[in-house]
Design a protein around this ligand. Structure first.
Ligand code: MRU
Length: 340
């Protein structure tokens, strides 16, 4: 059984420490926004929707010290990870709620808002999972990257939610997961998460994807996203772009599975998505122990942007968007009641 990614109990946010998986299941107890921000910074909690939920809980925790503490918490939490738009989406929602509340009793209302964000994300993933499952053949093998599963979300997952829902619909799905260098979210998290759920999953190094696709045994590539621009360009874990290019070459559909909270309608294209660059120590550490020499210059972008032209469909809780995404995504927001 999978442990919960985030749990709120007795005024404490318990964050499953994903840096220690799969070896150790351990929770970090957070009682402040600062502790929550550090857990996000350090990847103890990661994955765009889970980051947003954790941040919302961090704001609620801060609100016990009053309005200005809650406002300061929003600013601190916004400085953690720049690419995942769900973080800013959740913080905006908390700010809007805060603005409507009287000074006393901020905490219960903000905690309820954070809980709603969590609950809605889980429900949305079930809906998008069902929509995505319909795209898969009755028996298939899919390739995924990074971890866009229950661990990265409020539950069920986005890319892995599609795979879970396909199985629930009676389909047989085999999975290949990439390692996802440098911090191995695929190897440590996706394979573990899927094995815990009894899936047939095989791990490959990132560099093996072309050879795998060339064998013609993959029916679909499915990943999550950290931010999708209005035109459908999608930022996701570094290496996603390579998979999308390969999928196009080998004529395999490449799907993005993401809730509408991951779509940033304020950006017209992926060119303006901020790309996080992380500490090069993540790359310098060698898997077998030891480090690369200091004189090695390293570049460690955490995300890349896949052109909309390489994406066969964007799977959301309001249905499947197809190109041209400017129109189809707008229609889904309309359906959700967020556009006139
Ligand atoms: O750096 P991470 O582990 O937070 O990156 C996560 C991803 O890239 C996921 O694919 C994305 O956030 C979607 S999670 C449903």
């Amino acid at each position: 059984m999978l442990p919960e990614t985030l749990r709120f109990e007795n005024d404490i946010l318990y964050i499953l420490d994903q840096r220690r998986l799969p070896g150790t299941v351990e929770y970090i107890p957070c009682t402040s926004a600062e502790e929550t921000a550090r857990a996000i910074d350090s990847l103890a909690v990661r994955g765009a929707p889970a980051i947003g939920i954790a941040a919302a809980c961090g704001v609620a925790l801060a609100s016990r010290s009053g309005r200005s503490a809650a406002e300061a918490a929003c600013e601190r939490l916004a400085r953690t990870r720049p690419t995942a738009v769900n973080l800013f989406w959740a913080l905006d929602r908390m700010k809007r709620k805060l603005a409507l509340l009287p000074d006393k009793d901020l905490y219960p209302a903000l905690l309820e808002e954070a809980r709603s964000i969590h609950r809605e994300d889980r429900e949305n993933n079930r809906l998008l999972g069902e929509a995505g499952a319909a795209l898969l053949p009755p028996s298939c093998t899919v390739l995924t990257h990074c971890n866009a599963g229950a661990l990265a979300t409020g539950g069920h997952g986005t890319a892995l939610g599609v795979i879970r829902s396909a199985r629930e619909a009676g389909k047989t799905v085999k999975v290949y997961a990439t390692e996802t260098r440098p911090v191995l979210q695929g190897a440590r998290l996706t394979v573990w998460e899927l094995l815990e759920d009894g899936f047939d999953v095989t791990l490959i190094c990132d560099s093996m994807a072309a050879a795998l696709l060339k064998r013609g045994k993959i029916e679909a590539v499915i990943t999550g996203a950290d931010r999708v621009a209005a035109n459908g360009d999608a930022a996701n874990k570094i290496g996603t772009l390579s998979l999308a290019v390969l999928a196009a070459h080998f004529k395999v559909p490449f799907y993005i599975a993401a809730p509408l909270s991951t779509i940033d309608r304020t950006l017209s294209s992926g060119d303006s998505i901020p790309i996080e660059e992380r500490d090069t120590m993540e790359m310098r550490l060698l898997p077998g122990g030891g480090t690369l020499p200091e004189r090695y210059t390293l570049w460690n972008p955490a995300f890349d942007v896949t052109d909309a032209s390489l994406i066969a469909a964007i799977i959301t809780e309001k249905g499947v968007a197809r190109p041209p995404y400017g129109e189809s995504l707008k229609a889904l927001f309309h359906e959700k009641g967020e556009l006139p």
